[in-house]
Design a protein around this ligand. Structure first.
Ligand SMILES: [Zn+2]
Ligand SMILES: [Zn+2]
Length: 383
């Protein structure tokens, strides 16, 4: 461990021009990029992943793992505990995803709740069966313990608040270990409007496409419990409403930049990125190729294009507000970063762009843990 730290410290002091450099080199005016061979870059990435706590904040793996014979429209099998270990990735937020049409009736809400509850329990049972290599984390303390033990860190989350019928349901999901809820998916639900189809379905027609009256209560109760509010997928109006009332930092678990792909309705504008950073939140960049480029054909979108989005956020609001949420097993993946074993390729790309070891540690998990801890601290007042 000591030796690794020394290597990282030594290498981050050299600039491409050969001068001593940290952050920005006075000699060539470039940030502290390194002039290394590919093998040296990978060795450096290895050493960073050993000391960093690294998270992917959005994978849709439970659905595939629990229902391998289902019919899926996107590639599956991008995440396993073994692939994560090979990629130097410590943890992931494993989403229970709920597809959703328009409002139907109470029966449909009940069945969404029951399905979600069942999936959460089944996924926890699956993790228990693999307790030699992975464990569910219920707190940031658990995260640090599991990193020390060398186990993969499983965090539970729900993508789409559709199964939240009452505030008591939130208490139940919290007890089960849920650490974030994406308030809506692409369509409006009882909490808020989604980023797409807002003119097709109406849940609460008089809310200006933002949070519903129930949605405000959901956000308040989630934060009192310590469940992070995930603003990916929600409408711009809903985001404005959330940020007006939030008592703790929020995260966008898998979202990219509208400035680099304007046609993607659920990408975040620069103003939205600034607003999330202003509450000390974090934007975890998604890797779905359909989020990343309007110019390149699908088959040409690689790690560099993904890194452009990451750098865009860094340049806009600083490295403390950016991370990664791949959306693996839910449509995510670019050339060179198409499963959990390939995480270090992104680290190498960012090193080549001048990211320091400290910045990369923040990117991979420090930023997310800061947000998570702030939510825990806020919730502690209500326990
Ligand atoms: Zn998903
Ligand atoms: Zn999603």
């Amino acid at each position: 461990m000591k030796r690794t730290l020394v290597i990282v410290a030594a290498l981050t002091l050299l600039c491409v021009c050969g001068a001593q450099a940290q952050e920005h080199c006075g000699k060539c005016k470039k940030s502290g990029a390194l002039n290394l061979t590919d093998a040296q870059y990978m060795a450096l990435a290895d050493s960073i992943h050993k000391v960093a706590i690294s998270f992917d904040t959005h994978v849709d793996t439970p659905t595939y793992t629990l229902h391998p014979d289902g019919h899926y429209t996107v590639a599956k099998g991008q995440v396993s505990f073994e692939l994560m270990r090979r990629g130097g990735q410590d943890g992931a937020f494993f989403a229970i995803y709920l597809d959703q049409g328009p409002w139907q009736n109470q029966k449909s809400l009940d069945s969404a709740y029951n399905w979600c509850h069942n999936e959460l329990q089944s996924w926890k049972d699956y993790v228990s069966l693999h307790s030699d290599e992975a464990e569910v984390a219920y707190s940031t303390d658990d995260v640090y313990r599991l990193k020390k033990e060398g186990k993969r860190i499983v965090v539970l989350c729900i993508e789409n608040g559709y199964p939240v019928r009452t505030l008591e349901d939130l208490d139940e999901f919290y007890k089960m270990g849920v650490k974030y809820i994406t308030l809506s998916h692409n369509t409006p639900n009882q909490i808020c409007d989604g980023s797409r189809y807002i003119n097709t379905y109406y849940w609460y027609p008089n809310t200006g496409h933002g949070l519903s009256p129930f949605g405000y209560k959901v956000v308040e109760r989630m934060q009192q419990l310590g469940i992070m509010v995930d603003v990916s997928h929600i409408s711009s109006e809903s985001l404005v409403d959330v940020l007006k009332v939030t008592k703790a930092p929020v995260l966008a678990s898998h979202s990219s930049c509208k400035a680099l792909k304007p046609s993607q309705t659920r990408n975040l504008t620069d103003d939205e990125i600034r607003a999330i950073a202003a509450v000390d939140g974090v934007i975890q960049v998604g890797t779905g190729r359909f989020f990343l480029s309007d110019d390149l054909p699908y088959y040409k979108v690689g790690v560099a294009v993904l890194a452009n989005h990451i750098d865009h956020i860094k340049n806009l609001v600083g490295y403390r507000h950016v991370g990664l949420g791949t959306d693996f097993d839910g449509g995510g993946g670019v050339i060179g970063l198409d499963n959990s074993a390939q995480m270090k390729n992104l680290t190498v790309e960012l090193l080549k762009r001048g990211w320091t070891a400290e910045e990369l540690k923040a990117f991979w998990g420090g930023n997310l843990l800061r947000v998570w801890k702030a939510c825990e601290d806020y919730a502690a007042r209500f326990k």
